[in-house]
Design a protein around this ligand. Structure first.
Ligand SMILES: [Zn+2]
Ligand SMILES: [Zn+2]
Ligand SMILES: [Zn+2]
Length: 271
């Protein structure tokens, strides 16, 4: 078994792995026989949204979607050192239990960096992880170490993380995250002015773009392009994509420097 001091296997320079790039129901969507859901292009197979920062001091996961276990197996990621949460929606949280094995290798609970409303949901849904009952055997419940965050920058695995407060429809405030000159902003339909300022200077911006038609809680493609035009990153990637976008056809219509993300895509982490 790998020692916790062995941080990342064969990492030559920091990178970001797109573990999942699909909307909440995934693509293909159950029961749908549309052109995209039946496509043989692997870039049209989108699991639920998550990225992984492969940093010099460890693997920093963003969100624990229901597909997390298969995503980590697919990308041959042997260990997660800490998790950041954007928000508490099912498609971003409900794979959490599958982190259960990693505390054995880490020698401590899994650090979960999240806002209070996400913590409240975790404590409700995974109440058995916080029970006073003596465990029957090691690993019988997840060991979770919650670290409360707000809107101030913080450090995790020796890396500075800047939260980007975002609106996600009328009822949800979520966080994007900036690490160096890379920013990840999924599940949003509004970037407040102060948050736009926090994005300025990024070289790589990942942003929500659900579909072509407007949506009450997600950016559509044109709205995402408007944000990209304001931030002016060197390159931008669209994520949280539904089955309305065929990868090849949608990519052909995007401006220069804007790309559709896809599951398994790896990009360098700009310093
Ligand atoms: Zn989502
Ligand atoms: Zn479909
Ligand atoms: Zn959401």
């Amino acid at each position: 078994m790998q020692e916790s001091t062995v941080q990342t296997d064969g990492l030559t320079s920091p990178e970001v792995v797109f573990l999942g790039t699909g909307t909440s129901v995934g693509v293909p969507s159950l029961g749908c026989d549309c052109e995209v859901c039946t496509s043989t292009d692997p870039r049209n197979q989108r699991t639920r949204c998550s990225i992984l920062f492969r940093l010099p001091n460890g693997n920093l996961l963003v969100d624990t979607p229901p597909d997390m276990r298969t995503q980590l197996l697919r990308e041959k990621i042997p260990l997660i050192h800490a998790v950041l949460f954007t928000h508490e929606h099912v498609d971003h949280l409900y794979g959490l239990d599958d982190l259960r094995l990693f505390p054995f290798r880490l020698g401590h609970g899994m650090p979960l960096y999240c806002e209070p409303q996400v913590e409240a949901r975790i404590r409700r849904v995974y109440d058995y992880a916080f029970s006073d009952r003596k465990p029957t055997h090691p690993g019988s419940t997840p060991q979770l170490d919650i670290v409360s965050i707000g809107h101030e920058p913080f450090e995790v695995l020796g890396t500075r993380v800047v939260p980007i407060p975002l609106k996600h429809g009328p009822y949800f405030d979520v966080l994007g995250f900036r690490v160096g000159n890379f920013a990840y902003c999924t599940d949003t339909n509004d970037v407040p002015e102060a948050s736009l300022e926090r994005l300025m200077g990024v070289e790589t911006l990942v942003i929500d773009a659900l579909r072509y038609a407007p949506h009450p809680t997600h950016f559509c493609v044109d709205e995402a392009l408007e944000v990209i035009a304001k931030v002016k990153p060197k390159q931008a990637y669209l994520t949280h994509i539904c089955h309305d976008l065929d990868h090849a056809k949608a990519q052909a219509k995007l401006p220069e420097g804007v790309y559709l993300a896809y599951d398994g895509l790896r990009v360098p982490l700009p310093g």
